[in-house]
Write a protein that binds this ligand. Structure first.
Ligand SMILES: Nc1ncnc2c1ncn2[C@@H]1O[C@H](COP(=O)(O)OP(=O)(O)OP(=O)(O)O)[C@@H](O)[C@H]1O
Ligand SMILES: [Zn+2]
Length: 463
């Protein structure tokens, strides 16, 4: 089946056809490493990790580039406020993002270019733009002349009259709507030499130069958060088209993590950091939660929604673990047809999750009825589907972070035996024996919840 994706530029969902058959090239705008990541910052990493895994599953070789913006006003200001060198500040927070991505099982990118490593390419890029009449130097700054490009604004739908770049007025700008490619050096700030004097790059130039250098003048998918449509991606397109490059063929944008209906952001103060979240739920549960909404929807954070998602994930996990405990190891099987159809439809994760939960229900019933083949097939399919969402319970990545799964599987057998004693005692109206079974479980710290899928258990205080 053909994968269909919502292309912001086309304003519609359209068939995805890669530029080169069998290979897909993707550029995702990565972090500006100025602080500790909050859960909003990693949403794009998770959403497009699912895209990547799905494309790999469909047989493509995926080249996935996610950059690091390691030079930026905010980095310089925050480092200066903290009395630290800017490069140390950037590196420290790059590691914090790395830790978060790794903890959440986001596949490492094929390349992770840092802006400061591509200055030569940025200078060459500006030379091309100046030669072609789309950029000009003034007082050591280099600006992009937005009026020089007839289709400026096409991605975001901004009319030229309404353009506000949201950047401070630079000296020598011919038109306030022009945007900055390169900033002249200021005393005490890092700078690199150029034909127009020393300075440092602007964000929009960084991404266009890195994407072009690593993925070519034309590549498949450019993605990022929805707040990047304007000005960041609009300006990247302007640069590429000005330079004569076709650039990205599809533009994908993810919605925000919100809290109280507003974008989670440090400036609003409504943030929950990844380390703080990982004190509350396991990393795999947080990943499940952050990846559970459709990538284009807003994901409104609440404690209740997080815990509900964690419980939903544990239902999937405990089914797979029960199968392993009873029948031994489970291989990765086939994805359900409905799951494939859901992901092919613009990465419809909510419908894909419904397929997973449905398979778990069928599998649990098969387990209860001792239908080994059916139960094992269901577990194998659940492994395949959860693997594409990055949350396969048996993926070794999670094993080091979760309870010892062999011990948990053994415990599951014992707890199930105790639960069976409790339920047959109830059926015999032997209340004393039923209470004794319940008390033994409680004394061992095992909490039992009766659900539509039968009793579920967990160890009190364990995550
Ligand atoms: N709440 C969020 N949900 C989804 N993506 C987000 C969220 N906040 C930031 N991002 C993404 O993270 C990247 C960095 O964003 P940005 O620097 O604006 O973070 P921020 O925390 O909002 O910053 P600030 O605290 O300065 O407002 C961008 O790609 C943006 O799309
Ligand atoms: Zn970018």
């Amino acid at each position: 089946m053909t994968l269909r994706l919502h292309d912001t530029a086309a304003r519609e969902v359209r068939d995805f056809v890669p530029l080169h058959s069998g290979r897909v090239t993707i550029y995702l705008c990565g972090a500006t490493v100025q602080g500790i990541p909050h859960i909003g910052h990693v949403r794009s990493g998770i959403a497009f990790d699912v895209l990547r895994r799905w494309l790999i599953h469909k047989g493509h070789d995926v080249w996935f580039v996610r950059n690091v913006t390691d030079i930026d006003d905010k980095i310089l200001t925050k480092a200066a406020d903290a009395g630290r060198p800017w490069w140390e500040w950037a590196n420290t927070h790059e590691r914090a993002f790395d830790d978060a991505y790794r903890a959440l099982g986001v596949l490492p990118p094929s390349a992770e270019p840092r802006a400061t490593g591509f200055i030569t390419q940025m200078v060459e890029y500006m030379e091309r733009l100046i030669d072609r009449g789309h950029a000009y130097a003034a007082d050591g700054n280099v600006y992009y002349d937005v009026r020089s490009l007839p289709d400026y604004g096409a991605l975001s739908g901004h009319r030229l009259d309404d353009v506000h770049q949201g950047e401070s007025a630079g000296t020598g700008k011919r038109d306030p709507r022009d945007f900055t490619l390169w900033k002249a050096a200021k005393t005490g700030e890092p700078s690199w030499p150029t034909p127009w004097g020393p300075g440092r790059p602007g964000w929009h130039l960084e991404c266009a130069a890195m994407a072009t250098e690593l993925l070519g003048a034309e590549f498949d998918i450019h993605c990022g958060g929805m707040d990047l449509v304007f000005p960041h991606h609009e300006n990247e397109i302007a640069e590429a088209h000005g330079a004569g490059d076709p650039f990205a063929r599809y533009w994908l944008h993810n919605g925000w993590v919100t809290m109280g209906g507003e974008k989670m952001s440090k400036s609003l103060g409504n943030v929950v950091s990844i380390p703080a979240m990982l004190e509350r739920v396991r990393a795999v549960e947080l990943r499940y939660y952050l990846g559970s909404a459709h990538y284009r929807s807003m994901l409104e954070y609440s404690d209740g929604a997080l815990l509900e998602a964690a419980a939903a994930y544990r239902r999937i996990e405990s089914f797979v673990e029960r199968v392993v405990a009873r029948y031994g190891d489970v291989a990765v099987g086939e994805v359900a047809e409905g799951f494939a159809a859901a992901l092919d439809d613009d990465l419809g994760v909510p419908a894909a999750l419904a397929e997973i939960h449905n398979t778990v229900r069928v599998g649990n019933a098969a387990l209860d009825e001792g239908q080994a083949e059916l139960a094992r097939n269901a577990a194998a399919s659940v492994r395949a589907m959860t693997g594409i969402l990055g949350v396969d319970p048996l993926d070794p990545h999670w094993a080091s972070q979760s309870d010892d799964s062999a011990a948990m599987a053994a415990l599951d057998v014992l707890v199930r035996a105790e639960l069976e004693r409790r339920s047959s005692a109830r059926a015999d109206k032997d209340w004393a024996a039923a209470d004794a079974a319940r008390d033994r479980l409680a004394a061992a710290g095992v909490e039992v919840t009766d659900t539509a899928d039968g009793p579920q258990w967990n160890v009190k205080g364990a995550r």
